[in-house]
Design a protein. Structure first.
Length: 71
């Protein structure tokens, strides 16, 4: 299996961090700790959406030409 590089490495690291945040969110919910739970849940959902958009744009070839960026 090849090691990820460039954008692939970035996406890999973002997914790993989202997984950690998801586990922390689950633990807060399980323990009934309401401190910042709603903010954490909103941040998690926003991050998941953005990573999905980044991945979809990368797969579609957006940003491969100089001067192009994410929509």
């Amino acid at each position: 299996m090849s090691q990820p590089e460039g954008d692939e490495l970035l996406l890999h690291e973002l997914r790993n961090r989202l997984n950690l945040l998801g586990f922390a969110l689950h633990a807060y919910r399980r323990d009934g700790d309401r401190t910042h739970l709603e903010d954490m849940a909103q941040a998690y959902e926003a991050a998941v959406e953005l990573v999905g958009r980044l991945d979809a744009s990368r797969r579609a070839g957006v940003g491969e030409e100089p001067g192009q960026g994410l929509p």
